[in-house]
Design a protein around this ligand. Sequence first.
Ligand SMILES: [Zn+2]
Length: 51
Amino acid sequence: MEEKRVGSSTLFLCGECGLAYLEKSCVEKCEAWCKKHSSCPIEIISHAVAD
Ligand SMILES: [Zn+2]
C-alpha cells in the first residue's frame, strides 16, 4: 500500500492494481483481493477515486 497526498486529503493506493482509495479499509480489501484473483471486485472498484 502506498499513501499519496492530494491537496488536503490522503489517498491510499493499492500496491497490486494501483487504484486509489480514500479509505484504508477499502485499499486493504482491494490488495487482498488483487493478490488472490489478479483482478478487482466491482464493489470495491466503485469506492476507488479517479486520479
Ligand atoms: Zn487492487
